[in-house]
Write a protein that binds this ligand. Sequence first.
Ligand code: ZN
Length: 139
Amino acid sequence: MSDFNDEDNQIDNVLAFTKRFDSNADIRAQLNVIKTKPPETVHCMHKGLYVNEHERIVKCQRCGKVIDPFDWLLGQARKEFNIDFELRGLRQEIKDHREGLEKLKREEVNTRARIKTATFKLHDIQMKLHALDKGDSGG
Ligand SMILES: [Zn+2]
């Protein structure tokens, strides 16, 4: 019969106790819904998650925050879209570098051919000079 009275007494005791520290504690005690302060944690990326099948909630393993599954999935989808975008860019970069390499290889082949031709021409000129030197010394 006195369960409710005991509870009321306990609440009154708690109120009397909290009033010692907060003069507005009685106002707060009359509220039906009280928003709790967010826990003071360092910025967490919520990388590891617990999936609680019984409570049907998803929680961060590190900070314990309850994660909205839709928000988490949306974040994953955005990350994957960004990865897809980056991969496309990297593939294009690889393609451009390969084309540049092929162009350099063609230039190298052409340059070697020009050096070879120039070497032959130089050799011919040296032979002609040598022949001229022999002709001068002989006559
Ligand atoms: Zn977290």
